[in-house]
Write a protein that binds this ligand. Structure first.
Ligand code: 2RA
Length: 333
């Protein structure tokens, strides 16, 4: 397949190239796209060098799939133009996620919603993806009423500028600020902008996207999202109230057997998920699984995943793999 990666030089774009290569996705030709100042620069993919091209040239190259990670404004403008040219766009921005006409997909949860007529497919927000991978099997078994989540998110979710800010601060160097405040030795209870209801956009993404992906508007979600000085992945403290009673051992087994989930939970050995271990892995790690002793039918968990991989690049590539496997897209067509 001919594949375009739009935003090929960013943190997520670079990871998309890495994941496509690692998973041996059948790429016959790569079409890397980036901003005007990067056009003509080279990227290496499977040992071969490719020149970065403009959006217009990428459309003219007629790839079958375009993986977009270039921000919401670029996606709003360009995804429809790629789609009109018959190219299937898998978009990592928030531009199309809540559009009722566009599927919002985490393959382990709702790949079944995909059709061969979908030309713009939305990749969900990173912190939402890792949570729903763990929640779906529990919802199927015990029916979730309410979720209370607090996140501890990696600076890689913001992009290169934030990683640079953290590293500069750590080395005592001056440099541009990606955040309003110092991030090293700090925690910022703000991810993205504040909305009129006092929540941040990131928090409302977790609320709204969870319902859409799980296909259930009755699941109530409330979120507090926090940026911390880590790079390996996002962590989440998640409190889940079910409609039905559960057995803790059985719940662990349900999670252990769920696709894409690894249970890492042995307090006696001080074993629990951490960004340090989730880094460069594709799975969602769940630990600290314990009863909420203040409320019936309620469990507490700690969920960690690499936000650039399962939270972005890997999920997008898994969608492409599903389209191909289910013949929703024809190779070379
Ligand atoms: C963040 N959710 O971590 C964003 C990235 N998509 O800031």
């Amino acid at each position: 397949m001919k594949i375009a990666v739009v935003g090929a030089t960013g943190l997520v774009g670079t990871k998309m190239l890495q994941v496509l290569e690692e998973r041996n996705f059948p790429v016959t030709e790569l079409v890397p796209v980036a901003s005007a100042r990067s056009v003509g620069k080279q990227v290496t993919f499977k040992g071969k060098s490719y020149s970065i091209v403009s959006m217009e040239d990428a459309i003219a190259a007629r790839p079958q799939i375009a993986l977009f990670s270039a921000g919401g404004d670029t996606s709003k403008e360009w995804a429809p133009r790629f789609a009109e040219a018959g190219i299937t766009v898998i978009d990592n921005s928030s531009a199309w996620r809540m559009d009722p006409a566009r599927p919002l997909v985490v393959p382990e949860v709702n790949a079944h919603v995909l059709k061969n007529t979908d030309k713009i497919i939305a990749n969900p927000n990173c912190s939402t993806i890792q949570m729903v991978v763990a929640l779906k099997p529990l919802h199927d078994k015990y029916k979730i009423n309410r979720v209370v989540v607090s996140t501890y998110q990696s600076v890689t979710g913001t992009g290169k500028a934030a990683v640079d800010q953290l590293m500069n601060e750590r080395q005592g160097k001056e440099g541009p600020m990606a955040y309003k405040y110092q991030i090293d030795l700090n925690a910022l209870p703000q991810i993205d902008v504040f909305l009129d209801n006092g929540y941040t956009k990131e928090e409302m993404k977790m609320v709204n996207e969870t319902k859409k992906i799980m296909g259930d508007d009755n699941i109530r979600v409330t979120a507090t999202t926090v940026r911390i000085p880590t790079v390996g992945g996002h962590s989440e403290s998640v409190n889940v109230e079910f409609a039905n009673e559960y057995d803790l051992g059985e719940l662990r087994d349900v999670l252990a057997q769920a696709p894409g989930v690894i249970v890492q939970d042995d307090p006696a050995q001080q074993l629990y998920p951490m960004p340090l271990w989730a880094h460069e892995k594709d799975e969602v790690f769940v630990g600290r699984i314990r009863r909420d002793e203040t409320q019936e039918k309620t469990v507490n968990m700690w969920i960690v995943s690499d936000n650039l991989r399962k939270g972005a690049a890997t999920n997008a590539v898994q969608i492409a793999e599903y389209l191909l496997r289910e013949k929703l897209i024809e190779p070379g067509s």
